[in-house]
Design a protein around this ligand. Sequence first.
Ligand code: PMP
Length: 294
Amino acid sequence: YYNSNTIIYLDGKFDKAINSSTDLYGQSLHYGYAAFEGIRAYKTHNGNRIFKAAAHFHRLERSCQLANIPFPWDKQELIAATYKLLQLNKLKDAYIRPLVFCHPNMKLNEPSGVSILICAWEWEAYSGSKLLNLGISKYERPNPKSVPMEAKLSGSYVNSILATTAAKALGFDEALLLDMNGFVAEASGANIFIEKDGKLFTPKTGNILPGITRTTVKELCHVLDIECIEKEITVAELKNADSAFLCGTATEIAGVAAIDDVVFRPLWRESIGYTIQRAYKNLVLEKVNYEVII
Ligand code: PMP
């Protein structure tokens, strides 16, 4: 992720990653009390572009609000700093990771101060040709009454790590998690859509991270005249689907080959997901001017 030349952005200053250190007595390290984002930048014919930068920094602020973490920064300045960071590191197709973390304090109360780190690394865009084998996880997504599921909080990702590790140990590519009521929720780091009878369905918000890519897919459905319905999805509906795909900033649009022992029959290239996958690529690379706010 970094080497001796890598530059990071920390609280208004650019510095070498190797010169920076973090405090060992903070709530973020000890309790996972921190908020973060995952953003992608693409090399387009219009130059390097951070896809939906405003939406991502908006969600970062909202995650902080939901967790009582202060957010004393100007989002436009953070976006400008991120562009500068890409330039300083000579990055084009990159993954960007902003992290808001708390200053030294070992108590279980409000933060005594906050910092913002932005780092970035080369991350080739997802090729999209590989189809994923998903396993329904024995881990559930946390109950939103325990921790706000709309917030992208570091501590919540222990659940994602446990589920992914368990899924991989069983030979799956990814874990698919249910919510506390047994409905389909999301993968450990991506949202899910299923196709049935020419329509798309995706779990409604409440028990999932409302993904920015999920919103983009809905926007593309609108533009492409594909019906897309948000509802509670049962495991039976999932396994009866004609096709399925995952979506997320890192994942982009990834087709699903099978869920547990159920293999989807129609070819991926004939699925709605494939149409969305190509449209998404064209959108992020600014090859087609869809009516979507980027
Ligand atoms: N769900 C979870 C749990 C995630 O970690 C992510 C990745 N941020 C997503 C969904 C997809 O969100 P986005 O499209 O905003 O990247």
